[in-house]
Design a protein around this ligand. Structure first.
Ligand SMILES: [Zn+2]
Length: 200
């Protein structure tokens, strides 16, 4: 499985593009779809998007994405569901352009136990990591850990936005660090990817 970075225009958030040679593509978060298309070969189909949290800089491309791939599934939790449908809860109301997701029937709610089959023998698992926002979910697949804004190495965590919680953040951080022990690469919501557990 190949992981490709797309850096979006709004706040330089990351979309992580997951591909295999069977022409199925998966995303972690979704910003500028034109930038995504510039790195995704046209014969690929985007099957699903895993939302790390529902702040607008991580979701604002979803309507454009669904126009192109209408069967694409959007994975989030119940807090993310609400925020996808509220420009107040996803904070886009306070930014330049209001964003409300127009395809609620494509949303699939995740719980920690639920896994999604991406490719033959390749499964995406998830665990909730509230603290930055109650919609925060980290995803793990083949030793790759996608942390969104719940953990960005060398960056001070943001817990003072509405929905943030310092105590929950500490618990989530412990969980993330535990999971990092069994992972090789970390892909945060902003900035570059990291090699973890590299043995010299
Ligand atoms: Zn955020």
């Amino acid at each position: 499985m190949l992981v490709t970075q797309v850096v979006n225009r709004v706040l330089n958030s990351n979309t992580w593009l997951l591909t295999e040679d069977n022409f199925d593509a998966w995303l972690v978060d979704c910003g500028d779809v034109d930038l995504l298309q510039s790195v995704l070969q046209p014969n690929y189909t985007v099957k699903g998007v895993f939302i790390t949290h529902s702040h607008f800089d991580h979701i604002y491309g979803l309507n454009n994405l669904l126009k192109i791939w209408p069967r694409c599934i959007v994975y989030t939790n119940e807090f993310g569901y609400e925020a996808l449908l509220s420009d107040k809860k996803n904070f886009s109301r306070y930014y330049e352009v209001s964003f409300i997701f127009e395809y609620p029937e494509n949303i699939c709610l995740l719980s920690d136990e639920k896994t999604v089959l991406l490719y033959n023998n390749v499964v995406m698992s998830n665990f909730s990591t509230p603290g930055h926002d109650p919609s925060c979910i980290c995803y793990e697949c083949c030793g790759n850990l996608f942390t969104g804004d719940a953990y960005i190495p060398d960056t001070k965590p943001v817990t003072n936005l509405r929905g943030g919680n310092k105590e929950e953040y500490q618990k989530s951080l412990t969980l993330i660090k535990e999971r990092m022990n069994s992972c090789s690469f970390l892909f945060p919501g902003h900035g570059k990817s990291f090699c973890v557990n590299y043995k010299f």
